[in-house]
Write a protein that binds this ligand. Structure first.
Ligand SMILES: NC(=O)c1ccc[n+]([C@@H]2O[C@H](COP(=O)([O-])OP(=O)(O)OC[C@H]3O[C@@H](n4cnc5c(N)ncnc54)[C@H](OP(=O)(O)O)[C@@H]3O)[C@@H](O)[C@H]2O)c1
Length: 289
């Protein structure tokens, strides 16, 4: 069974390659060819004839695309048009497609209790969320024609840096770097959601496909939720970092894109992943080996 991973050098894509180390996989990334040329992509897919596809490509610059039309156009292309093409291919070839989406498809305001379930109604607050929701819809639309799809919504990824030269450091690594020359850091104590360790997500994604689970939308994150401030406080504790953390409100940190204030994802369809604190502890230990 040949699995094609697209976006294989990104942060999650690199961990997917590790999760599939014992299987037949092909990884494509922007260094391999320009897959935003959809004719070329289609030709490469026809040549390769993979037996399942995992799409880890995304436009993730949440603030940039809010302010710049060219960036927004790129976000629509990567987050809606690319999954749409992949869904067409997978439908025609009758193979499964696993695609990632985000907690940012939800509005996150006014929800007082409980996390969002897989069937809750999305209501994105920003362009990134709109483009990701549009990508989901392109895939779900083909389900009526028989597409075997898995949409995996996840949130607040952290883990080892991807192998791509463009790979972006995660929140914890950025803060770790800042702590080396700051005695004090201000951190938003809001935007409650589920932190997710990329190696855990990659393994859970592989299991989802291996188990030949029913198609549909899944929520896969580490268990538990936290604000940015709460999670960083825990991280600095385990890492014995003395930098003073100051909690600030989202209003004290204005950014171009509106964020959901509460967007924890409830996983009602698959085995729970371990708590984010345990995963973060493992990440820290591995980093220091
Ligand atoms: N990061 C999070 O906190 C988070 C939260 C919720 C959901 N998700 C979802 O999880 C999935 C994986 O995210 P991630 O954090 O692993 O993303 P990532 O590290 O940014 O990787 C995204 C992939 O897309 C490729 N890509 C981006 N722009 C491109 C362009 N213009 N042309 C060609 N390739 C391009 C990247 O290639 P390069 O490496 O060459 O740029 C990379 O392979 C995505 O679907 C994302 O929406 C992420």
């Amino acid at each position: 069974m040949t699995t094609l991973i697209i976006g294989a050098a990104g942060n999650l894509g690199s961990q997917l390659k590790i999760a599939y180390a014992d299987s037949a996989i092909i990884g494509w990334d922007r260094a391999d060819f320009y897959f935003l040329d959809f004719n070329l992509l289609r030709q490469k897919l026809d040549e390769l004839q993979p037996e399942q596809i995992i799409n880890a490509v995304a436009y993730n610059a949440v603030d940039k695309c809010e302010e710049d039309e060219r960036e927004a156009a790129l976000a629509w292309k990567l987050n809606r048009d690319l999954p749409s093409l992949l869904a067409d291919y997978c439908l025609q070839a009758q193979i499964p497609l696993l695609h990632y989406s985000t907690d940012y498809v939800f509005g996150g305001d006014g929800r007082l209790a409980g996390a969002y379930t897989e069937t809750d109604k999305p209501q994105p607050l920003n362009i990134y969320g709109q483009t990701k929701l549009a990508g989901e819809k392109e895939i779900v639309r083909r389900a009526l024609l028989g597409l075997k799809y898995y949409i995996v919504r996840t949130s607040k990824l952290f883990g080892p840096l991807g192998t791509s030269e463009h790979a972006k450091a995660s929140f914890f690594d950025l803060m770790l770097k800042l702590s080396t020359d700051h005695t004090e850091l201000k951190v938003v104590d809001a935007e409650v959601s589920s932190f997710t360790y990329t190696p855990d997500l990659a393994s859970a994604s592989k299991l989802l496909l291996d188990d030949k689970t029913a198609r549909g939308i899944y929520h896969l994150t580490n268990s538990g939720s936290a604000t940015w401030f709460q999670a960083l406080q825990y991280f600095f504790d385990i890492a014995h970092i003395k930098t003073n953390l100051i909690a600030i409100s989202a209003d004290d940190c204005p950014r171009p894109a509106k964020r959901p204030m509460y967007s924890s994802l409830a996983n009602t369809r698959r085995p729970q992943l371990r708590p984010w604190q345990d995963a973060l502890l493992e990440y820290w230990h591995n980093k220091n080996k």
